[in-house]
Design a protein around this ligand. Structure first.
Ligand SMILES: Nc1ncnc2c1ncn2[C@@H]1O[C@H](COP(=O)(O)OP(=O)(O)OP(=O)(O)O)[C@@H](O)[C@H]1O
Ligand SMILES: [Mg+2]
Length: 218
């Protein structure tokens, strides 16, 4: 499903990842933990195809990512991957619905009624009442749920989330983990960077980055 092989990543002379390999499969959740500055975001940006400046190989859906083919990389990003960023990356002046529609704009013309799919996801995530509210009127937990809702609009095979529960209280954190668990049951691989051990313990697999290496803890 997703496989990174022998990744070496440096910023200038500073090595961040030294021969790191990582695999993720459908229907599983993965937590990646590690101290601040250990390289979690660096790794996840590579997994998300957002950083090509490393040595190693990345396979997504059994195909090696070819960074020289922009079209192919965009297709992977739009159709295979869903991202939830640390800082939400929502368009604040747009409504919840408009934000949800954004990823679908890059898809090829199709007869799918995106609004029906969006409505279903919004209901699932308890956001339907906020559909026409502007994002800058929402609470942090609500914005985080919208960011997740938007990441699953295109039915990705892999969800990559950087600190999706950062700054959330227990009940919002649990709600978000329930959402990830129900997404995983649809056959999605969910990869979550977190420093929250409650979140890590709710994932099927646990990895830790330290000393430029990644180790499987669970
Ligand atoms: N664009 C960059 N240029 C140079 N160094 C960078 C850059 N981005 C990150 N780094 C360095 O790489 C190291 C790993 O950063 P990274 O953001 O991956 O850490 P992290 O594990 O995600 O930390 P946090 O938990 O604080 O988010 C840090 O020492 C950071 O200073
Ligand atoms: Mg980070």
């Amino acid at each position: 499903m997703l496989k990174l092989l022998n990744c070496i990543k440096s910023y200038g002379k500073k090595m961040i990842l030294n021969d790191v390999s990582f695999e993720a499969y459908e229907g599983q959740t993965y937590a990646i933990i590690g101290k601040s500055g250990s390289g979690k975001s660096t790794l996840i940006n590579i997994l998300a195809t957002l950083d090509k400046n490393y040595s190693g190989k990345l396979f997504i859906s059994n195909k090696q990512v070819n960074y020289n083919n922009d079209k192919e990389v965009s297709k992977i990003r739009n159709e295979d991957l869903g991202f939830v960023f640390q800082s939400y990356q929502l368009v604040e002046k747009y409504t919840v619905f408009e934000n949800m529609l954004l990823p679908t704009l890059y898809l090829k013309e199709s007869k799918i009624n995106h609004e029906l799919i969006i409505d279903e996801i919004l209901k699932d995530l308890d956001l339907y009442d906020l559909k026409n509210n502007k994002v800058n009127e929402l609470s942090g937990g609500e914005m985080q749920r919208v960011a997740i809702a938007r990441a699953i609009v295109n039915s990705p095979k892999i969800i990559i989330a950087d600190e999706p529960t950062g700054n959330l209280d227990d009940s919002n954190m649990e709600k978000i983990m329930e959402i990830f668990n129900s997404i995983k049951k649809r056959g999605v691989a969910v990869i979550i960077v977190t420093h929250d051990m409650r979140v890590a313990n709710l994932c099927d697999n646990l990895y830790e980055i330290s000393n430029m290496k990644i180790n499987k803890v669970k």
